[in-house]
Design a binder for this molecule. Structure first.
Ligand SMILES: C[S@@+](CC[C@H](N)C(=O)[O-])C[C@H]1O[C@@H](n2cnc3c(N)ncnc32)[C@H](O)[C@@H]1O
Length: 310
């Protein structure tokens, strides 16, 4: 393990999630969210010399964390294109897929990325990968009030979504948003001091989800797993907020992200997966004490049925 990877990100639910994959030591696995590589390294430790691990990350900052291992292949791209990249590398089926969603500690701790309200001087960027077209500043300066309200309501689940959108639109008429501090000053006009710690993270989360099209990427990613997984292959997903978790839960239960039950001619429910745990697994008190950023993590796992037709 490199020093850089140690500080880059501390993996959440590490053993629980890799155990959940029920690793076949000669299998083919995907880590859709490489980050600091904690989950990838644990998977590699459980694989033999003929196995393969393909990891994805859309952020080029992860490159110094890549293991030097002939069984490992890195794809520096969005996991929403997972199936195409795997096909390009000659892989049609895999034995397990893990995704540890969202941003890494590196994103929060590197002020120039603009993900954290702790760094007022930082440009308000929030792109996970430099391929993404729009920065959060562009969104704040150009999106309509209705669009901003929808983002804060849907992705931040903020009661004050309308007021926040209104205040942003009024503020940008005087001065365009460039830095995190510009947004904080604007929010401070309407959010009481004692509510800042609850509200600011939700505003930042909402903008980040929109900038990176996180929900669309997750939907496309999940939909590809049905065809990619071999019979009895496992899908393990760690999510960090209720929107992600709802989508993952729906998908694992029904095979579609809307959670619509599909029935056969006889009225029997058809679903590609068997749930490995009915309830999500969450970190215990010890893990939360050691790594407070793991506190909202939820792990869900499903196994591909051996008899499901694609
Ligand atoms: C929570 S971190 C993963 C940490 C990792 N499991 C570890 O042990 O260090 C999430 C990572 O996924 C990446 N990511 C998020 N959404 C992505 C997407 N749609 N495609 C590819 N990578 C993505 C982020 O850049 C970040 O590095």
């Amino acid at each position: 393990m490199t020093d850089n990877a140690n500080v880059y990100h501390v993996p959440a639910l590490l053993n629980e999630s890799v155990d959940a994959l029920n690793i076949r030591d000669n299998g083919v696995y995907v880590d859709a969210t490489f980050g600091g590589g904690g989950h990838s390294r644990e998977i590699l430790a459980r694989l033999n010399s003929g196995a393969k691990l393909v990891a994805f990350d859309r952020d080029g900052d992860v490159l110094p964390n890549l293991p030097n291992d002939s069984r490992f292949l890195f794809v520096g791209n969005n996991f929403r294109f997972m199936q195409n990249f795997l096909r390009y590398h000659g892989i049609k089926k895999v034995d397990g897929i893990i995704a540890d969603l969202g941003v890494s500690s590196h994103h929060f701790d590197h002020c120039e990325r603009g993900f954290s309200f702790r760094f007022p001087e930082a440009p308000i960027d929030m792109r996970m990968g430099q391929q993404s077209a729009t920065m959060a500043s562009a969104l704040l300066n150009a999106a309509s009030q209705d669009k901003l309200q929808q983002i804060f309501c849907e992705y931040g689940e903020l009661k004050q979504a309308r007021k926040i959108a209104q205040t942003i639109v009024a503020a940008r008429a005087d001065k365009q948003f460039q830095t995190v501090g510009n947004l904080i000053d604007c929010l401070a006009r309407i959010i009481p001091r004692h509510e800042e710690n609850q509200t600011f993270p939700k505003v930042f989360q909402a903008l980040r989800i929109e900038v990176n099209r996180e929900m669309t990427a997750l939907k496309h990613f999940l939909e590809q797993t049905t065809a990619l997984l071999s019979p009895k292959g496992r899908l393990a997903v760690i999510s960090y907020h209720s929107l992600e978790d709802r989508m993952v839960k729906n998908f694992m239960k029904t095979g579609n992200t809307e959670g619509q039950t599909v029935k056969d001619f006889y009225g029997n429910e058809i679903t590609p997966f068997v749930l490995i745990t009915k309830k999500a697994i969450v970190p215990d008190d010890g893990e939360i004490r050691r790594n407070s950023r793991s506190r909202s993590a939820k792990l869900r796992t499903a196994e591909k049925k051996s008899c499901h037709d694609e």
